[in-house]
Ligand binder design. Sequence first.
Ligand code: GAP
Length: 457
Amino acid sequence: MEKVTMDKIVNVCKQYGFVFPGSEIYDGFANTWDFGPVGVELKNNVKKAWWKRFVQEDKDTYGVDAAILMNPRTWEASGHVQSFSDPKMDCRKCKQRFRADNLIEDFSKGKVAAEGMSNEEMEKYINENHIKCPKCGSFDWTEVKQFKLMFETSRGTVEGDKDIVYLRPETCQGEYVNFLNVQRTARAKIPFAIAQIGKSFRNEITPGNFLFRTIEFEQMELQKFCKDSESMDIYNEYKERAINFVIDMGLDKDKLRFHDHDKLAHYAKAACDIEYKFPIGWSELNGIHHRGTWDLTRHSEFSGKKLEYLDPETNEKFIPTVIEYSIGADRLTLALLCEAYAEETLEDDTTREVMRFIPALAPYKVNVLPLIKKNHGEKALEIYNMLSKHFMASYDETGNIGKRYRRGDVIGTPFAITIDDETLENDTVTVRDRDTMKQETIKVDEIVAYINEKITF
Ligand code: GAP
């Protein structure tokens, strides 16, 4: 099979209803994408699986759904207002904007870490090494300037009175500010976690690489509040849980690796990314961060409310340490698409495209196909109506049966059910497996249990 490129994935996604370019009829809007009928099911299943694993099945984790627009003081406390920015420079010739640190890292093939450099140091390195514009090849740069990543909007209660508010650039602040509310109402004892899934927004400069880096994306984040003495064990536990989760979702172990950070924030004891081998190369899939007491301390200072925990055994009050686990739903969906897609040559020398999602993630679980529409259509619709009460089912009556199988394969539907004369006579159907393409006969009243058993995550 040919190597899967990002362009291939973008085209397949567009062609089969996974993801469309944002605002396409207006020639698009850079770094935005719209999930189509198939993609929205896939991403919902990704989010459901994460929530099940990390919230539902963990008695010490509590979910929230906090507001996107938060009191602007939140972002002063978090440090985003002061320092959430990227160093950018423009090519004067083609007007394309780039991140100076990315230019250096790409040029040096990752050998020079630009993270710790000042703007002046980056400019000097770029000039001394005569780094050219990757788009047009010129060497005519503007100076390096910090570019704010938070989107601003305004809120005015009185005409002319406009206060700046920010679209949140990460969801975790909604978890920190609700620490006391959740701890009190859930009567939670540490270690416990607060989790949420929601949209975040960043005014990213770099071109996106499809869903990998967008200006609007969903994060699945949790913060585990604990004693400092147990924090490293919890950090290591989440590293394991995070990698096992994505392996269970279907990502290949050999395309996953830990990347421990050498450079740490002053308050952190450790930080690590899990990287996946995307078609663009090894890149961050998610992060696990030891955040010390930084976040709750800052919010205590800025809000004037003590975000402390009272240990019921020792009667000691303290600010808990936080371990954060954060993964982008869109980025993980992209990894799963890249992993699942295959072009195969079959035994009869025909080819097929297939998405080998694990059944729990598949957008549609079953494709219901009347063999001959006029003879079997009515019964097939009856079965479709019955199945769609339990899970996402699709109904396809046009074209020959082979073509209909292929349409289901390429959107990853794990089972295809054919309704034929046997169904009318014996109440049985044939079930075709997407991966093996083998068929078996089962009773109509067994279909739901048969599929349910296979789609459990
Ligand atoms: N609260 C911590 C935090 O936000 P991050 O490393 O900036 O940390 C966490 O983001 C995860 O969110 C990333 O590992 C990635 O999966 C996802 N993510 C971040 N920026 C993104 C973007 N512009 N587009 C898509 N996903 C993004």
